[in-house]
Design a protein around this ligand. Structure first.
Ligand code: DGY
Length: 347
């Protein structure tokens, strides 16, 4: 029987859980010890209609960040008590709708911080030193010999790193910058009291206004969460404020950067290069990005190390189990719901 057709262990009195994407089999097995689990090992994302029908009688659901969970979907899930997002970003969840329906929503902070910071650096370095462009060129058989002016890139060491949205991941990125002797500036709505994290020293970073950030950063990494307020936070006029030849890295969410404006700006060399792990309308992003040699693209894999992704799934499952067992979950997104939440009643 296909794993995604029916609960694997239908036992009376157990809560029903739906896992909407393929997850690590050993972790799924652990979930099956506690709950009646239906899953999607084929990993073809379900349509909203199909998901709504699969949610019938389900008490807890695990979703990925591409899955929109809104009032309409929740209205079709009268027994649902918990929505567990396997991501730290939760712009896909309508939290007000969850709270209104009495549904607890959770996410997966911390476990992906270092992996995502590493990927931000991988993108920065790749764009600065033209790694992908020169790899393509070399594979195409173009290399005739050493040249002093081949693929000249941007100097990373000692350059100014700008961070737009200094949260946990931004701080982990800033810590790494010390190894490159880079001054770090950042912009958040309010300056932070930066503090040690996980036994490490606090990052050295200076708060600046957004205009100064744009005008001073040689490398600008975007980390703000996506919301209506941050939609196209970097549009044509902001991109025009960036330094000629600077490098923009978006590892936050598509939509924070106006990708069409970015294409136009890259053609003008301001910024000089970009590296995007997330794009507007992904996976069907702006095809005008494709012919640009000064763009590095990765398919939303910022947290994609085995250990981080396992950590995310484990935390998402723990969040779900906590809620269904009446415990406050570790990463609760809508605390207002707690006293008036829908409770799974063990039958
Ligand atoms: C997140 O967690 O928000 C990432 O985008 C997925 O790893």
């Amino acid at each position: 029987m296909p794993l995604n057709e029916t609960p694997r262990k239908a036992a009376p009195g157990r809560a029903r859980v739906l896992v909407t994407r393929r997850v690590f089999p050993d972790l799924l097995e652990q979930l099956c010890q506690q709950f009646d689990v239906a899953d999607n090992q084929e990993d073809a994302p379900w349509s909203t209609t199909e998901l709504a029908s699969r949610l019938q009688g389900v008490h807890g659901v695990l979703v990925d960040p591409a899955r929109r969970v809104d009032a309409q979907l929740l209205a079709d899930a009268p027994q649902l008590c918990a929505v567990s997002n396997v991501a730290v970003g939760y712009n896909n969840l309508d939290l007000a709708a969850c709270t209104h329906a009495g549904i607890v929503a959770t996410n997966t902070p911390d476990v992906l911080t270092e992996a995502t910071a590493d990927h931000a650096w991988a993108l920065l370095m790749a764009a600065a030193r033209r790694v992908v462009e020169s790899d393509r060129w070399t594979r195409a058989g173009n290399w005739q010999g050493f040249a002093l002016d081949a693929f000249l890139g941007a100097e990373v060491h000692g350059a100014t790193l700008g961070i737009l949205g200094m949260g946990r991941i931004g701080q982990a990125i800033a810590r790494r910058a010390q190894g490159f002797s880079m001054p770090v500036i950042y912009h958040n709505r309010t300056p932070l009291a930066l503090s040690p994290d996980a036994g490490t020293a606090p990052p050295v970073a200076r708060w600046v206004g957004k205009d100064e950030l744009l005008a001073s950063a040689d490398f600008l990494i975007v980390l703000v969460p996506y919301s209506p307020a941050t939609h196209h936070l970097l549009g044509a006029s902001e991109l025009a404020q960036m330094k000629p030849g600077s490098v923009l890295v978006n590892i936050a969410r598509g939509g924070v950067v106006d990708d069409a404006a970015l294409v136009a700006a890259l053609r003008l060399g301001r910024p000089g290069a970009a590296a995007l792990d997330v794009m507007e309308n992904e996976p069907k992003f702006d095809s005008e990005l494709l012919p640009l040699d000064n763009v590095v693209l990765t398919p939303h894999i910022g947290s994609a190390t085995r250990s981080a992704r396992r950590g995310m799934v484990k935390l998402a499952m723990a969040n779900l189990a906590d809620v269904l067992q009446g415990k406050r979950p570790r990463a609760l997104l809508n605390p207002d719901v707690w006293e008036k939440r829908r409770v799974y009643v063990h039958k």
